[in-house]
Design a protein around this ligand. Structure first.
Ligand code: ATP
Ligand code: MG
Length: 395
């Protein structure tokens, strides 16, 4: 018997005027994710279907479980819409299943089919009762719920039912630049923004020789984990040493972190423009550290007019860790390699920084030229979940 994966659009069907764009993007994303498999994917206004080779089913399900915009799917037996054929298939399916109680639910989208949904469910229920001993109907809490969907030429019969990741299809809501450190929060922020349909490019600030290649590898591996939910992620590695050293040479230690983050935001703003993105995304969480008080956020945010989206801003650390474990980034994030934020941490970073003081401090060194140079000298890598495809050094 032929089986297909049948995808229900769920929430996407509420996208009225944009529905074709959302579903078209989902279709493209599924096609890309399954490009190494022998599949045939097609869609109509209410369903998408994937025909597959039986031996690939598990692998394919694993892959589509990482696709955003997919809310609900089933693995269904596909047969032609013919009453006798439906009956014999139903018997073949239910005979393989252990159950004591059952219910049949028919959905008839082909109104040419001569029997109403309710009557057909009753007829099939009677057929099952006649052919299998010691079972009964339970309409409230059945062991086995048999679905029959009668569509134009084909009918789909299924008993299982899976929930997808939800969210919006990747690529339906523009592009964001993610500040990706090796920590726990920023990969989670990346995952949550991918869920909203945003395409990501990641940006990592490194301060070699104060930070190591292991720290860089950590970020590369975190990017790979995120790439599972999209096609590929461009990672920009920004040489931040000169800026950071200048800050620590010229500025009072309590303001170093504030100024450093203002420099990061300035670079992010330039990259947003350069890469034609719309927003900056990061893993800031309100109150977590001195630079994440509301006053700090305001003073740091002051250098850019682009929206800064902070998906984990209002989550507790434990809630963030739960997501990090679920998306398999936690174990990488807790590896001990130093990040550029942790190596120069002053004893008493300012909690309520003063904007005019920041501006005064920043006059003491020529940061604009340094920012320009750092962006020009960045390393860019295209990262996919499997491997690093391309490596280009823009020096
Ligand atoms: P995380 O917040 O990811 O756990 P962290 O706690 O070390 O890492 P914070 O000092 O809390 O980082 O910084 C807040 C956010 O700023 C990070 O979530 C990340 O988005 C960004 N950020 C910090 N350091 C870097 C860096 N070296 N490169 C890129 N982004 C960074
Ligand atoms: Mg943090």
């Amino acid at each position: 018997m032929e089986r297909v994966i049948m995808i229900k659009y769920g929430e996407l069907s509420t996208k009225k005027g944009n529905i074709n764009f959302f579903i078209g993007t989902l279709y493209k994303n599924i096609k890309e994710k399954l490009k190494n498999y022998n599949v045939n994917i097609y869609k109509d206004i209410s369903r998408m279907y994937i025909e597959f080779d039986d031996q690939d089913l598990e692998k394919i399900l694993e892959r589509i479980n990482n696709i955003f915009g997919l809310h609900e799917y089933v693995v269904a037996y596909k047969i032609e819409t013919d009453i006798e054929k439906i009956k014999s298939t139903v018997l073949e399916i239910v005979k393989k299943e252990p159950f004591k109680t059952f219910k049949v639910e028919t959905k008839r989208s082909d109104k040419k089919f001569p029997i109403s949904s309710l009557e057909f469910s009753k007829e099939i229920g009677g057929l099952i009762l006649k052919n299998i001993d010691n079972i009964k109907v339970d309409v409230h809490n059945p062991d086995l719920l048999l679905h029959i969907e009668i569509r134009n030429t084909n009918t789909y019969i299924y008993i299982n039912h899976y929930e997808g990741l939800g969210g919006y299809p990747n690529g339906t809501l523009g592009k964001g630049m993610l500040m990706l450190s090796g920590g726990i929060d920023s990969p989670v922020a990346g995952y949550l923004s991918l869920k909203r349909g945003i395409i990501l490019e990641a940006v990592y600030f490194e301060a070699i020789p104060h930070t190591s290649m292991e720290a860089r590898n950590k970020v590369i591996n975190l990017t790979k984990k995120l790439a599972k939910y999209t096609n590929k992620i461009k990672l920009h590695i920004i040489p931040f040493t000169e800026i950071q050293e200048s800050i620590y040479k010229n500025i009072d230690s309590e303001y170093c972190i504030t100024i450093m983050r203002r420099m990061m935001y300035r670079i992010m703003e330039d990259l947003v423009k350069l890469r034609k993105a719309q927003i900056i995304i990061n893993g800031e969480s309100i109150g977590q550290v001195a630079s994440q008080t509301l006053t700090s956020m305001q003073v740091i945010n002051n250098v850019t007019n682009y929206p800064v989206i902070r998906p984990v801003a209002c989550l507790d650390k434990l809630e963030i860790i739960d997501i990090a474990k679920k998306i398999d980034t936690y174990d990488i994030s807790i590896l001990p390699y130093e990040d550029c934020c942790t190596i120069f941490v002053p004893k008493h970073p300012v909690i309520n920084p003063d904007l005019s003081k920041c501006i005064e401090y920043e006059k003491t060194f020529n940061y604009e030229e340094m920012i320009h140079k750092a962006i020009k000298r960045r390393i860019i890598m295209d990262i996919t979940e499997e491997d690093i495809n391309k490596f280009s050094d823009l020096l």
